[in-house]
Write a protein that binds this ligand. Structure first.
Ligand code: FMN
Length: 224
């Protein structure tokens, strides 16, 4: 039996001759995708894939990323093209009201850098779903909003990795709750949806600088 793997962003096809070699390769690919993920702040408005493929990534992640009690409270909004640019224009104008004038220049450059990308994923959690589960399972009442945030984080991580696997660079931003109302109004978002994070993405212009790692031995306990 011969196995083929289609690798994005590099060698197109690898020929693997047996199932063990195939499994090792698949493990490496997953591990490398996790290791490779970084925060990209310098991005452009090009896309290595079609808009439909970006949509598919979001749909697959929504379907297959887990949530507490399988509650599926996560919602995402994909803003592309002018909608993406509009988001960062709105954010810039809201920040202009708040940031002292002499400090605004760096804020503006930051907003322009996000706007220079291809799109933004907005991560929401549907509070109607959270409340419904709180009512259904009162003994876990306090946990549901924590689990909902954790489910959102799982979606963020999965989508971040998938976007980078397709050749994008992405970062994770938190201009909520400042921008919540304006965004809700602009795109007619359900009032039960709570904005958790914003992920601008685009074609990477510049690779991020190396980052520091704490000694991993200090962060793990193993009992055998
Ligand atoms: C929960 C969480 C919140 C974050 N919030 C922000 C943020 O608001 N703005 C930002 O620029 N980066 C944010 N980041 C990105 C981190 O600063 C970044 O992941 C970290 O410094 C490691 O760098 P790397 O992503 O390049 O590996 C966040 C990351 C996580 C996991």
């Amino acid at each position: 039996m011969v196995y083929f793997i289609n690798i994005q962003n590099g060698i197109n096809f690898v020929l693997l001759k047996d199932i063990n070699q195939f499994k090792t390769k698949m493990n490496d690919l997953l591990f490398n995708a996790i290791k490779k993920r970084r925060s990209y702040y310098s991005i452009s408005d090009q896309s290595p894939v079609s808009d439909e493929e970006i949509e598919d990534i979001l749909k697959e992640c929504l379907l297959y990323v887990p949530s507490a009690f399988n509650s599926q409270s996560t919602r995402v909004v994909l803003l592309l093209h002018d909608n993406h640019k509009k988001l960062w224009e709105i954010t810039k104008e809201i920040l202009r009201q708040r940031v002292p004038e002499d400090k605004f220049q760096s804020t503006e450059s930051k907003m322009n850098a996000f706007a220079a990308g291809y799109g933004t994923v907005l991560f929401y959690e549907d509070q109607a779903v959270v409340q419904n589960f709180q009512n259904q399972f009162p003994s876990y009442k306090d946990n549901f909003s924590i689990w909902s945030n954790q489910a959102s984080a799982m979606h963020q991580f999965a989508i971040w990795i998938m976007l980078e696997d397709r050749g994008f660079g992405a970062s994770l931003q938190h201009y909520n709750p400042l921008i919540d109302q304006a965004v809700q109004k602009e795109w007619g978002i359900d009032s039960n949806w709570k904005l958790i994070a914003e992920m601008p993405f685009g074609l990477p212009d510049k690779y991020p600088e190396d980052k520091d790692f704490l000694p991993v031995e200090d962060r793990i306990l193993v009992f055998k």
